[in-house]
Design a binder for this molecule. Structure first.
Ligand code: SF4
Ligand code: SF4
Length: 406
């Protein structure tokens, strides 16, 4: 039986417009028009209702912590007053409900003035900056509305953030045509606290570049992994690698792009609509609309919407191929939006399946190498190669087909 759906993290779209116009942006440039029909900035009444519904939900579910992620568009375009309102209300209401809120922001970094940095530090908001690599790489895709590269402005904001004592993380949409060694050196020079690598928005209708049998993304990431792993101490955390290692070793590590367990996240738009992650719009324009709104509905009501149920259970409701896959507990079938095809909806392995197979088996193998033989025996942890995983998956699928046919 499905457990009570829970939300531990609200992505708050506090502003719906952006000062950049990145050419891969799912908000504005992949066909979906939802953001442009939204209020530019979240009205105060929606901020208050967002806090109230979130804290009520956390208390109902017995959660001690609840995370708000300021998101956009570019969230800093909302202005400091909106941030202060949400943070103060969440801390006040959190005290009433016995829930501790925490806060982070995902920004493109261009508007990170000294004033913003000191406010974010004072409010204890963790900062993530989106940057796709060295200048030449970043500026191919992350551009202003006039088409100018954003790198110089982002780095100026980054330096101000570091000078203010913040240690931001970096979010990078990988460009597998770029040089991973340069990307790694660039990251080391910037000194982020953590790096999140994302696979670009793609699905069976909008395929990633390269031949489907290629593993360009995995090869790029594995070069980064090789360098990262060779360090005496990792210079920054990498969620993707940590997650594969942790789940290989039987630990729990929550993330909606991989792994197992529920995706306990909702997105709240500037008009108060509650939906699943809005990257689903990259697959299906309008897909994130639910009609539930923090002004009228409890978060639990929205969580019962079929789209949210599908997103929340995405790592457990796998297609036949993923169910037959021996690494599905680690991979989780990949990100839901990467599974979409017009013919089968989300009932597919990730369009990045070949990359994920290679990435997971290689990082998993490296994690197992540090374990003594006895631990491997006790945990029944075999050293599978990528080819062995593909063969085991094929054999299991064939068995399932025969079993169904009989
Ligand atoms: S900074 Fe983010 S929201 Fe703005 S255009 Fe780029 S990807 Fe889209
Ligand atoms: S590696 Fe491919 S088949 Fe295996 S769980 Fe991931 S997406 Fe599914």
């Amino acid at each position: 039986m499905r457990s009570q759906p829970t939300c531990r993290l609200a992505v708050v779209k506090i502003a719906s417009r952006c000062n950049l116009n990145c050419n891969y942006c799912y908000m504005y440039n992949l066909g979906d028009r939802t953001a442009l029909a939204q209020p530019k900035v979240m009205p105060d009444a929606i901020i208050d209702a967002t806090v109230d519904r979130s804290m009520e939900h956390a208390a109902e579910r017995g959660l001690k912590q609840f995370r708000f992620v300021f998101h956009g568009g570019e969230p800093l375009m909302a202005g400091a007053g909106k941030f202060r309102r949400l943070i103060e209300a969440a801390r006040r209401r959190g005290e009433e409900f016995g829930v501790t809120p925490d806060f982070s922001i995902q920004t493109n970094g261009v508007l990170l003035t000294e004033e913003w940095c000191s406010r974010l530090a004072e409010w204890r908001v963790r900062v993530g900056v989106s940057l796709d690599g060295p200048k030449a790489v970043n500026d191919r895709r992350r551009v202003t509305h006039a088409g100018r590269g954003s790198y110089d402005d982002v780095i100026a904001g980054w330096e101000r953030a570091k000078a203010s004592g913040l240690r931001p993380g970096i979010l990078t949409v990988i460009d597998p045509t770029s040089a991973p060694v340069e990307a790694y050196s660039h990251l080391c020079a910037l000194g982020p606290g953590s790096v999140d690598f994302l696979l670009s928005d793609a699905n069976y209708e909008r395929r990633p570049p390269g031949d489907p049998v290629d593993t360009l993304q995995a090869d790029w990431l594995l070069e980064i992994f090789r360098l990262w792993r060779a360090e005496p101490a990792p210079p920054f955390r990498v969620r993707m690698f940590e997650q594969i290692i942790a789940t290989t070793l039987g630990l729990t590590y929550r993330n909606d792009a991989m792994g197992e367990g529920e995706n306990e996240i909702v997105v709240i738009e500037t008009d108060g609509e509650v939906g699943p992650v809005d990257t689903l719009r990259a697959a299906l324009p309008g897909a994130s609309r639910t009609g539930f709104n923090v002004l009228r509905n409890a978060l639990a009501d929205a969580l019962d919407h079929p789209l949210l149920r599908q997103y929340h259970g995405a790592n457990d409701a796998l297609c036949a191929t993923c169910r037959a896959c021996p690494i599905n507990r680690i991979c989780g079938g990949g990100y839901l939006s990467h599974r979409y095809s017009a013919e089968r909806d989300f009932d597919n392995p990730s369009v990045y399946c070949n990359d994920l197979t290679k990435l997971v088996t290689t990082v998993r193998r490296a994690a197992l190498e540090i374990l003594p033989e006895e631990a491997l025996r006790q945990g029944e942890l075999a050293h599978w190669s990528t080819a062995e995983v593909i063969a085991a998956r094929g054999a299991a699928l064939a068995g399932a087909t025969i079993a169904r046919a009989q």
